[in-house]
Ligand binder design. Structure first.
Ligand SMILES: *Cc1c(COP(=O)(O)O)cnc(C)c1O
Length: 488
């Protein structure tokens, strides 16, 4: 057989890219729910390549075979779209990346791309690491980054231990992230990026995104936002000037709790003071083709498919979960045994006005249920029990419907005590900075009827009034192996 030649494949690749881009332009015109439901998987693609399957195909294969050496050369030099080897790219993961890029840039002219990762932590590591290099024009200068203290426990450890202690890359902490002057005072010419989590887990920190983005750009550096708690259904940081968004897809994006997954979503042509044109032009394509190819934090295609399935209902789900949380937070706020409640949706919260400027249920104004803009604040909240750490544990241990687990974003209500779980590693000093007292319970309200969640909290809090309280012993549950082991 006569070889087709390199250019045959390159030209075919160009046609394929054009077809995919046109398809993306079509779906981009649709509303949020349509994008969440269909993503970038089209009828034509289903009919032409996938036996008409209405759901995205699951490609578990590790690698792709090529017709001849020319096609292989074109593919492995990244001259044609390819998925060569599943650590670098995979068709099922590609569908997830496509929909996440569209959801995060929804309603804007921002051209965004996405790189899916094996976890939210892998997304944060992937997003920050490429910037933590010397500027070749100014060698031998110690570098730093500026980030809020109110961050997820894993992020706190990544920044304080893995970067600051182990590699001498200074983490300049912003304690009050709502104070723009504090951000500014920390920046110098060796600062590589600004990073913030909003709303933060669990302390509900929030800041003026547009002001912080403008500040970053004034200093020629990118703003990276962990937007896990909000999800694109409630907040899209790219629309307000952020350059890179990181998501723990594990959480509210996929409420089922079937997979650990993460994503980096970035605008193209981002702002940075390091000299790397490829990174600047398309950060996520750069991540996929270079650093992540070499470090391997890729997502499994099975997890990508599970995530795709959950994402289809993101908007109505975040609406329902937010409304339930508002009811529960309002109940707790008026409870005698509760010292305080942290939830941005409460009018009494000092950041309620600022959060209300940014956090809206997407497309509520196009929805006949509402027909106008409505604020929604997500389903993560926390409250402080009136009493000691031991009292807090008593209340926590008395919960019967709400699961005790270090998790959030679930369709089922889940609670944890951050001091002894998610934020244990960072020590008391670190917890003080992150505003996590020992009597704090983090609660992520699920889709149960809120009355049942409230009843559970009410009976658990009653423990503090000295009322005797009985929980069903696990020995008598149907719990098989684990309870049998406990009896021994
Ligand atoms: C859970 C979480 C992460 C880490 O995500 P994983 O998927 O667990 O690695 C990062 N940021 C926030 C805000 C989180 O809640």
């Amino acid at each position: 057989m006569k070889p087709k030649g390199l250019f045959y494949y390159i030209n075919a690749g160009k046609r394929s890219i054009k077809w995919h881009q046109q398809n993306i332009q079509q779906i981009k015109k649709c509303r949020f729910d349509t994008i969440a439901v269909h993503g970038i998987y089209s009828l034509q693609e289903a009919l032409d390549f996938n036996q008409g399957s209405i759901i995205e195909p699951l490609y578990l294969s590790t690698s792709q075979a090529y017709r001849d050496s020319d096609e292989m050369e074109a593919a492995l030099s990244y001259q044609i779209p390819t998925w060569c080897y599943s650590r670098i790219a995979n068709p099922t993961v590609y569908y997830l990346e496509g929909v996440l890029a569209l959801l995060e840039s929804y309603g804007t002219n921002v051209d965004a791309s996405c790189c899916a990762t094996s976890s939210g932590m892998a997304a944060i590591q992937s997003a920050v690491e490429p910037f933590l290099v010397e500027n070749k024009k100014k060698p031998n200068q110690p570098i730093n980054f500026v980030a809020t203290c109110q961050v997820y426990g894993g992020t706190y450890q990544l920044f304080s231990v893995r970067k600051d202690v182990e590699r001498n890359i200074e983490w300049r902490k912003v304690v009050n992230s709502n104070n723009i002057r504090e951000w500014e005072s920390q920046i110098d010419e060796n600062t590589r990026f600004l990073f913030g989590e909003m709303p933060s887990n669990p302390s509900q920190a929030f800041f003026d995104l547009e002001k912080v983005a403008a500040l970053a750009h004034k200093h020629n550096i990118p703003l990276i936002i962990d937007s896990t708690v909000a999800t694109p259904a409630l907040l899209r940081p790219l629309a307000h000037g952020a350059d890179i968004v990181v998501q723990s897809v594990t959480k509210s994006m996929t409420s089922s709790g079937f997979c650990i997954a993460g994503a980096v979503i970035a605008r193209k042509n981002l702002t940075t003071n390091i000299n790397n044109n490829q990174l600047k032009a398309d950060f996520c394509a750069y991540l996929k083709q270079l650093p992540n190819r070499d470090t391997g934090p890729n997502l499994s295609p099975m997890s990508a498919l599970l995530a795709l399935s959950d994402l289809r209902t993101l908007r109505p789900r975040m609406d329902q979960l937010s409304r339930n949380t508002m009811k529960v937070a309002t109940f707790l706020e008026s409870h005698k045994q509760v010292e305080k409640v942290e939830y941005l949706g409460l009018k009494s919260h000092p950041l309620n006005r600022l959060a209300s400027k940014y956090m809206h249920l997407v497309d509520a104004e196009h929805d006949d249920l509402y027909g106008k803009k409505v604020n929604r604040y997500g389903h993560l909240m926390s409250f402080c029990v009136k009493g000691t750490h031991q009292d807090t544990r008593k209340v926590f241990d008395a919960l019967q419907r709400i699961w005790r687990a270090t998790d959030l974003g679930r369709i089922k209500s889940v609670a944890t005590i951050p001091t002894i779980s998610t934020h244990a590693q960072q020590g008391e000093e670190g917890r003080k900075l992150a505003c996590i007292p020992p009597n704090l319970i983090r609660l992520c309200v699920g889709a149960e009827h809120p009355d049942d969640v409230i009843n559970d909290l009410n009976q658990a809090l009653a423990v503090l009034k000295g009322k005797k309280h009985h929980i069903t012993s696990p020995e008598f549950s149907a719990g098989g192996a684990s309870s049998a082991r406990m009896r021994k």
